[in-house]
Design a protein around this ligand. Structure first.
Ligand SMILES: Cc1cc2nc3c(=O)[nH]c(=O)nc-3n(C[C@H](O)[C@H](O)[C@H](O)COP(=O)(O)O)c2cc1C
Length: 200
């Protein structure tokens, strides 16, 4: 029995391939771990604010010294970090937009990457503080990036692997629904992605 956190960052709702692939991963997780619970966080429907000065000030002010406005500015970040820490397994849906992640996912990341809370520096360099969790990433893209000439232009997977690894989420499995805009390939892209999902 696991606590699963599903992070959604597609604006396309029921039509979204990254959401469908994320849901497929979750179905297989639930079959592997009966009784698991799923918390869904839709970053497009409930967006995290772009970081402003008030957020940065509050992040670097101890909680007991924050003004009421400062506490409010830190609220999104602290709720998101608590939700992340509480989960055993995280499934992130990551549609490719302009070769990168959707802005809503970047905004969430900017609120969960916090010095002293999710990472720290010590004599050995940076150390992630979000430990012992499995991360699945469901990527969707019009083109193909797992191999071939466009591989170097994928800024979704390398970024997510580095960034989430930086805060300690190093146990990462990536699944792709790709070629969704390529004739013929698109017809079987989702089914192929579904079939590729293996839970160990
Ligand atoms: C504004 C926009 C930008 C996109 N940029 C890319 C891109 O750079 N590379 C790519 O392969 N597909 C791109 N696509 C296609 C999406 O990745 C594809 O539609 C995918 O299914 C989106 O994920 P979703 O179905 O979960 O929303 C773009 C689509 C839109 C609407």
């Amino acid at each position: 029995m696991k606590k699963i956190l599903h992070i959604i960052s597609s604006p396309r709702g029921a039509e979204s391939f990254s959401i469908k692939l994320g849901n497929q991963i979750i179905e297989k997780l639930k079959a592997t771990y009966p009784g698991s619970t799923v918390t869904e966080r839709d970053l497009v429907k409930e967006q995290f604010p772009v970081l402003e000065e008030a957020h940065l000030t509050s992040f670097f002010t101890p909680a007991e010294q924050r003004t009421p406005e400062g506490a409010e500015a830190a609220r999104h970040s602290e709720e998101a970090i608590a939700q992340l820490m509480d989960a055993d397994i995280i499934v992130i849906g990551a549609p490719m937009y302009n070769f990168n992640i959707h802005a809503s996912l970047k905004a969430w990341i900017d609120h969960i990457v916090r010095a002293g809370l999710t990472f720290k520096y010590d004599e050995n360099g940076p150390q992630g503080l979000v430990g012992n969790k499995k991360l699945y990433v469901a990527v969707s893209s019009g083109g193909i990036y797992s191999e071939g000439p466009m591989q170097a232009n994928d800024f979704v997977v390398p970024y997510l692997k580095f960034m989430l690894g930086f805060i300690g989420l190093t146990d990462i499995e990536v699944y792709r629904a790709e070629g969704l805009a390529i004739p013929v390939i698109k017809d079987t892209a989702l089914e192929k992605a579904f079939n590729s999902v293996v839970i160990n």
